[in-house]
Design a protein around this ligand. Structure first.
Ligand SMILES: [Zn+2]
Length: 93
């Protein structure tokens, strides 16, 4: 577990990454412009906070996954319908 600072939005977050990882995607804005914060690992209050945050993140991730799945299905269905419709406008605009 390492701490990262996001250069794009300033978010500080923790990520479970290999020890030699210098940068990872920002949890908040998805930017790759992050850098690892070298700090002593977790004070107790921080660990407690991390568990809660991890749970929150998990819930958020699950929601996001469901959303992504749903959107994927929608997109696929739309593509199928567009095909059925004769393909007058293949690329869209
Ligand atoms: Zn960010």
């Amino acid at each position: 577990m390492y701490e990262f600072d996001c250069d794009a939005c300033g978010e500080r977050f923790e990520a479970l990454v290999p020890a030699d990882t210098r940068t990872t995607e920002c949890r908040l804005c998805g930017s790759a412009e992050t850098h690892r914060v070298l700090s002593a690992p977790g004070a107790p209050w921080k660990l407690v906070k991390t568990v809660g945050a991890a749970r929150q993140q998990e819930a958020r991730n699950a929601k996001l996954h469901a959303e992504t799945k749903r959107r994927f299905k929608e997109t696929r269905q739309k593509a199928r319908e567009a095909k059925k419709g004769g393909g007058a406008n293949p690329g869209g605009s």
